[in-house]
Design a protein around this ligand. Structure first.
Ligand code: NIG
Ligand code: FE
Length: 424
């Protein structure tokens, strides 16, 4: 990489200026979001080198090749991290959206051949290049909306070759785009029709063939399973988590979206990195997470879109967990990857304070991809990936005025990926 130096100065505030060594923020601490008023931040070769306020400004000796951004009246935030998406897919499913308006539920649509199996049918007939090109455009849109790191799942292939193809597409996306990309094997997303009579054989295929191969080829860093009534059982998820762990792939699992069937205690017992969705929770599910490292990741834009309950963010914070937020971008339950909207819903529907929602969408979301020491706060040593806002009256204004675009500039690893007015 050619030498690259950046100075952002005069910020109304730098937001999330945690000291070095912090990789997540849990429980009551989530409401204490450190900020530096009238701040500046320096970055070199993609990393933050120094942070301070006007009184600690050291001056600049060498202006050579220095990109200077004047953030007067603007907030500088760590870029959003989105730790749960399905951004590689073949086709949108707006027909199901209309079916739901007319009264069908997500489960009823799936039972009549829609849903995940519908997406799998479309994907299996598609070539790798087209999948790549479409997903790339989606991710470019997400970067414009401030996302600097993303997790992407397979799960619309549902056979060996198609699952591998999806993960190869994710690998190409990672190479083609500046944002951080993490890949998750979600072969256990729905039972493919070929295995209708022998579900054990499909889990065998995942455990005996896909997981070892994906681990060997470095095609994914995590395993996932849609553990849910009519999808995969707790025992099947446990087999997958166990095989994943044996191959160095921790779990990030879909649990408690529609029913509570004991998936959370099981996932925690297997050391899952995150448990995601959590719309339907029993008290024991929250207790199972308290005092553990497993990150509860809430997906409020999925609840918004499907009209299902919202995850219990307040209770999870009270239980001392490091709640994260993600979009769940996919054609069936969240047809968009806008983290700004998710942060707004975090405040409006989950009753998180703006400071809590920012933590959930930055450092905790980063932690849910093992990136908590790389991203998610404005800290020397971390990646220089930021959002610079338009001039706004307060930090709370960002989630409050939920349908406006508050972003002026987006920077990933010290490079401008969305150029706004602060540049001039
Ligand atoms: O996270 N619930 C499982 N998976 C996705 C939806 C997948 C789909 O409908 O295509 C989700 O909501
Ligand atoms: Fe999902």
């Amino acid at each position: 990489m050619e030498h690259n130096r950046l100075l952002i100065k005069n910020a109304k505030a730098l937001v999330g200026t945690h000291p070095a060594g912090i990789g997540r923020v849990a429980g009551a601490a989530m409401r204490d979001l450190p900020q530096v008023a009238n701040g500046w931040v320096m970055a070199e070769d993609g990393r933050i080198t120094a942070v301070g306020d006007a009184d600690s400004w050291p001056g600049i000796n060498d202006w050579n090749g220095l990109e200077v951004i004047d953030a007067t009246d603007r907030y500088v935030l760590p870029g959003w991290c989105d730790p749960h998406t399905h951004t590689v897919f073949a086709a949108w499913r707006e027909g199901e959206f209309v079916d739901r308006i007319q009264g069908l539920s997500y489960q009823e649509i799936a039972a009549k051949g829609g849903g995940i199996l519908n997406s799998a049918k479309r994907l299996r007939g598609m070539d790798e290049d087209t999948l790549f090109t479409q997903a790339k455009a989606r991710l470019e849109g997400m970067m414009q909306q401030g996302t600097v790191a993303v997790e992407i799942k397979s799960g619309y292939g549902l056979d060996l070759e198609s699952e591998l193809m999806m993960l190869r597409v994710v690998k190409r996306l990672k190479e083609a785009l500046p944002l951080q990309v993490r890949a998750t094997l979600l072969a256990a997303h729905a039972l493919p029709p070929e295995f209708k009579e022998d579900r054990t054989a499909y889990v065998d295929l995942i455990v005996d063939q896909l997981i070892p191969r994906v681990a060997r080829e470095g095609l994914a860093q995590y395993v996932d399973c849609f553990c849910e009534t009519n999808y995969f059982t707790v025992a099947e998820m446990e087999r997958i988590l166990q095989a994943g762990a044996a191959h160095g792939l921790p779990g990030k699992v879909h649990v408690n979206q529609f029913t509570s069937i004991g998936a959370i205690p099981a996932a925690v017992a297997h050391g899952a990195l995150s448990v995601d969705h959590l719309e339907v929770m029993e008290p024991g599910d929250i207790q199972a997470l308290a005092g553990t490292e497993t990150i509860p990741t809430l997906l409020p834009s999925c609840s918004f879109f499907l009209g299902i309950p919202y995850g219990p963010a307040r209770q999870l914070i009270e239980a001392g967990t490091a709640v994260a937020l993600a979009t769940d971008f996919n054609p069936g339950t969240t047809p968009g990857g806008n983290m700004n909207f998710v942060v707004s819903l975090g405040c409006i529907k989950l009753r998180m304070l703006p400071e809590e929602a920012v933590h959930a969408a930055t450092i905790n979301a980063a932690a849910a991809m093992d990136l908590g020491h790389e991203l998610g706060s404005i800290t020397p040593g971390k990646r220089a990936s930021f959002i610079i806002s338009k001039p706004v009256p307060s930090l709370a204004f960002l989630p409050y005025a939920f349908s406006q675009d508050h972003i002026d500039t987006v920077i990933i690893d010290g490079r401008i990926v969305r150029a706004g007015e602060a540049l001039h």
